[in-house]
Design a binder for this molecule. Structure first.
Ligand code: ADP
Ligand code: MG
Length: 240
């Protein structure tokens, strides 16, 4: 059977630094794969290489339902259903919230006008992003709602695989709970999720499997309960 999503020998260097180093893994349809690792271990770069936003790999392959996508354009990859959020709140600050969503819907979904607005409303309701914020400039939103807007923008593109890069960073307890519940809900709707997160209770609480990276190389991959007891993982997190 064709694997759902496969990364084969993926590498990316910046000068002499191997940010992602010969990484291979398979993701199963419907799972939440958590991704952990120290700062600079290549987590965000991995998402860049998968989505081509903003750049692809030096070598290796990304295969979605049997089709190699690493030579496709970023917008094509999004259209195929692989959509990311960003570590920092990446909204168009001068645009209204709804225009932020509509730009993505138009680019990825090819929808215009009333159809695009309907999609923006639906995604807002799914995420719980208040529709009465739609006409506020995105820059005026508090960080929590900017995060919600970023997730709404991703959901409006109807992802098959949703890549979330530290959705809970700089949030407080109740807000982290909201992220937890939202990830579970999106997964229950059928989205496969790759989740980068530093808040370990959140990461271990929602993930079916964990991947741990160190210097661009996987040091552990498996069931959460096994990975968190792995001596190499404990060492990577507690320091040498
Ligand atoms: P993480 O998300 O795990 O914290 P990153 O993937 O952002 O780590 O970065 C991995 C390594 O690659 C780091 O050493 C970082 O400094 C480097 N890096 C990431 N992006 C770039 C870039 N655009 N140019 C140069 N170096 C980069
Ligand atoms: Mg990062």
């Amino acid at each position: 059977m064709t694997p759902f999503f496969e990364i084969r020998n993926l590498s990316k260097s910046f000068g002499g630094l191997k940010a992602v180093n010969d990484l291979s893994l398979t993701v199963e349809e419907g799972e939440i794969m958590g991704i952990a690792g120290p700062n600079g271990s290549g987590k965000s770069t991995l998402f860049n290489l998968i989505t081509k936003i903003p750049f692809g790999p030096d070598s290796g392959s990304v295969v979605f339902r049997g089709e190699a996508i690493e030579n496709r354009a970023d917008k094509t990859i999004a259209r195929m259903g692989i959509v990311r959020t960003f570590q920092r709140e990446a909204v168009f600050a001068s645009l209204s919230c709804v225009d932020n969503i509509l730009v993505a819907v138009e680019q990825t979904g090819g929808l215009r006008g009333a159809e695009a607005e309907k999609r923006a409303d639906e995604a807002s309701d799914i995420v719980g992003f208040p529709r009465n914020f739609h006409n506020i400039p995105a820059a005026q939103l508090p960080v929590f709602y900017q995060k919600q807007l970023m997730i709404t923008t991703a959901v409006a593109q109807q992802p098959t695989i949703l890549l979330m890069d530290e959705p809970a960073s700089s949030l407080v307890d109740d807000e982290v709970d909201w992220v937890h519940e939202t990830i579970k809900r999106l997964n229950a709707m059928g989205m496969t999720i790759l989740l980068i997160e530093h808040i370990l209770p959140l990461l271990t609480g929602v993930s079916s499997r964990l991947l741990v990276l160190e210097q661009g190389t996987p040091i552990a991959l498996g069931a959460v309960k096994d990975v968190i007891r792995d001596p190499a993982v404990v060492e990577a997190f507690l320091g040498k």
